[in-house]
Design a protein around this ligand. Sequence first.
Ligand code: NAD
Length: 245
Amino acid sequence: MKASIRVLLIGAAGRMGQAISRAAEAQKELAISARCDLGDSIEEAIGNCDVVIDFSHADATEQNCATCLTSGKPLVIGTTGQSAEQLRTIEKTAKSIPVLLAANFSVGVNTLFWLTRKAAEMLGDGFDLEVIETHHRLKKDAPSGTAKRLAQILAEVRGLDEKNFAHGREGLIGERPQNEIGIHSLRAGDVVGDHTVIFATPGERLELTHKASSRETFAVGALRAAKWIVGKPARLYDMEDVLGL
Ligand code: NAD
């Protein structure tokens, strides 16, 4: 049977690109119809697809958004590390075509997002908030997109913003301000992706941890998102929309 949904994969030669190609081989209703990496023309490849999946580099964001906009093709973005300006481009593009931006495509991490919000709501202002992430030595951006999203959720619940984020600590830093959200990035070996959110107050500590042991979980989630977004109206979606969380 011929696959009905054709995917253009950007960043196809990378770790995630290869994982997505492998995962797509097991799918009947979807196939990777074109692959692009650094130096390839996306404009030439895009005609022959129904949806675009991007796991490349934040520097590709503007070009990818412009090409999808011109051709009217939905865009699933797994790439992390975008600047504020690149994120604005994504938001603007999503006013005209469906765009899904997810810092993490695993079901477990999206459940962690949900649990983090609930825990922050239940525990209130008296708990110190810290986010710790560990990734493999080749990861290019820090903190991870997932850690940023976790910190953003904590900030939303506590009425805080990025000014309250402490990216690591060094020196004579003084006492911990109550409204600080600590974010710490470890880089070591071949770790696929670990994230822990700590809620601590004198006398007790709650830790929520997710550990990814294979990129397949992200790849399968990205393909699920690609199938889901075809035919959807223009809007900026995230993985929680796909999972109905
Ligand atoms: P990688 O370095 O192994 O692969 C990236 C690939 O993109 C490389 O082959 C590179 O040549 C290519 N590339 C770079 N610039 C490009 C451009 N302008 N146009 C086309 N291709 C380009 O990295 P990776 O581990 O596969 O991760 C890729 C991205 O996905 C990173 O931003 C990473 O943080 C993110 N990521 C997201 C999730 C998620 O669930 N959302 C999971 C894992 C990784």
